[in-house]
Design a binder for this molecule. Sequence first.
Ligand code: MCN
Ligand code: CUM
Length: 793
Amino acid sequence: MTTVDKPSMGFGRMHRKEDARFIRGRGTYVDDVRLPGMLHGAVLRSPFAHARIVSIDTRAAEAHPKVKAVITGKTLEGLKLAWMPTLSYDTQAVLATDKVRFQGQEVAFVVAEDKYSARDALELIDVEYEPLPAVVDARRALDPDAPVIRDDKENQNGNHIFDWTAGDKAATDAAFARAEVVVKQDVLYPRVHPAPLETCGALADFDKVTGKLTMWCNTQAPHAHRTVYALVAGLPEHKIRVISPDIGGGFGNKVPIYPGYVCAIVGSIVTGKPVKWMEDRSENLMSTGFARDYHMSGEVAATRDGKITAVRVKVIADHGAFNGTAQPTKYPAGFFHVFTGSYDLEAAHCEVTGVYTNKAPGGVAYACSFRITEAAYLIERLVDVLAFDLGMDPAQLRMKNLLRAEQFPYSSPTGWEYDSGDYPRALQLALDMVGYDEIRREQAAVRERWAAGDRSGTLPGVGISFFTEAVGAGPRKHMDILGLGMADGAELRVHPTGKAVLRISVQSQGQGHETTYAQIVAHELGIPPDDIEVVHGDTDQTPFGLGTYGSRSTPVSGAATAVVARKVRERARLVASAMLEVSADDLEWDGAGRWVVRGSTEQGRTIQEIALAAHSSLELPDGVEGHLDATTVYNPPNLTFPFGAYVCVVDVDPGTGQVKVRRFVAVDDCGVRINPTIVEGQVHGGLADGIGMALMQLIAFDEDGNCLGASFMDYLLPTSVECPSWELGETVTPSPHHPIGAKGVGESATVGSPAAVVNAVVDALKPYGVRHADMPLTPAQVWRVIQGSPLRT
Ligand code: MCN
Ligand code: CUM
């Protein structure tokens, strides 16, 4: 049994329905699925970051007694599948034919009776490579002498992918020309990786007799994948079924289509047997969708007393060897142009240049809300740099510049319309919760002691971050991916006994959709959440929609769910009017599951009674259909704009460079909370992400493009040891355009927290005159920063 705060209203704390199976080990992940006669695939990967393929000899592998097929780029060329489209209208090699363009790129695929034999046989494939110089530093990618990576493309201009701008350049330049103060800072958001605990994988089962392809795959976007398979492989779309079962974390890593998926499909077609492919940890870290890799240069114009007037930004975006990012077509830099953040500016402008490098493709992942991570980090770092230069308190500087409640809905200088917010209230709450003045007093005492020559102990630092997100992609007139509009369907059936089945197009990777979507229906219809089954992640069973990423599920599918439940409620009203023999206009919804006669609420019918009547022989008025089932497609009118105020307190040991996060206060506003426990879980996860990125995570490469550290020995995930006990607060500013006033929250804390941690560490190092330091602030990095500081003694 699950417990609910207010069972009749649906919203509130409730244990997750799906946990009943997860905590008993009864989840079904892709690797748990076993089909009769199933074979196993393994991918041979390039050891070089950039090399011409001279020859591939597969004879020894084919001779392995347990090997059923060896597939190379040549095999795929015959099927016109050697290249596939990416979600950004680029192409990506499924298996390399001409050259390899990043270390870990897919070169061949072996299908064998078991996975060990498949892996063994990889070593029997002999590939002759001719190494080429690699492009590793994105800032060098456009140099005239840089080797050209994508010589497969016609009319390709060096390693250039796109130039993109937003905002008003002339107005911004004018504001800078007038400015009393200008600060400038280069800020790197390094390459990091979402590293979901379950790696990517698929089980392809092509049935030659029916022509049907069933694809078990841990994808965040099953419907979009089905459509892309249909377009790429030429299979009819109704003959493709994508089943995305339980997923052990996605974080954007499971949005793209990876070569291994296509190889599994081809393997199944070639062998006539189901073929499973699961990557290992190193493959996941080396070759699948990474995150960030933005080289940003920001400038802030302000008055001497700290009123920010304009922001100007230039970015070199490293997209790796194939432009495989998943984001709405119109926005090659995602939603980076929300970089004006939470502040009231006169003007803003950004220029983003995307380049190819000899690294794995990707860029949009790791709870980024389409690059809002980069944007929020940049502006929050810049505001602290301004505070540093002006000698102002960073909390006061933010208070002075935050948008005020009466400015909403707010049109931003780069084209967004923020739906609702009360920013100063959230920041004040966070400052109160942390006891800001008290911590500053403690810090002042330490700094005094330090200045007097006693340098024992650690240096305390306080970092603030205020962020605004834009989530819920998106309005069809502005947003599509590969031409597919970003609306989502929902279907709701109510059985005769009043139990319901909700079918949604989004796919949970751990966010608890089976619970929260049931709660939305419960809220609208008064059917208890335990009586509502939520079906998701199977294209044969659910309506079309673009999937779960960009924290779009609640803003889009959550809205679709409320709307479809309201449709059912209206149908129920007509049936109730027949039951009660009163006009439908005389009925009102009591908010707790009953249609009642206006003015005499004891006369009414529960939704369960109405459901039974809707399936019975009760005579219904002309034009009223039986049953209560309904469907809908929701096209959001705008994005939702959640926001938050975070304060981090750290203690830095200047002797070792060690950073300890002492406290972390997070005030989030995601509008109406469907399930506060789940929201808090999402925030906890995102805060841990922030500590990971700020202090320990980096996918690094040497100058030849070798990936340094494709294992959890080098790529560190934060644990409870590194994380403090989170202190959460909330404000609730409902979204005015969302049917239940909810905004997305799944990525908020990942977006907002890195800046708070970095600002805190830089603040701690103020006695050394440190104004900025790039992530990750590992002990070595902190130590380097101190060594390079002007005030080191
Ligand atoms: N929710 C709520 N009230 C709100 C907003 C959300 O109760 N006002 C609930 C939702 O009903 C849902 C959860 O919080 O159960 C997250 O909702 P939402 O913000 O809509 O985000 P999505 O469901 O679209 O999830 C995507 C988001 C993304 S893009 C990444 S990346 C990320 C994240 O979710 N990946 C995750 N959180 C994750 N959490 C887990 N466990 N695993 C991942 O892979
Ligand atoms: Cu940018 S990671 Mo989430 O959108 O799946």
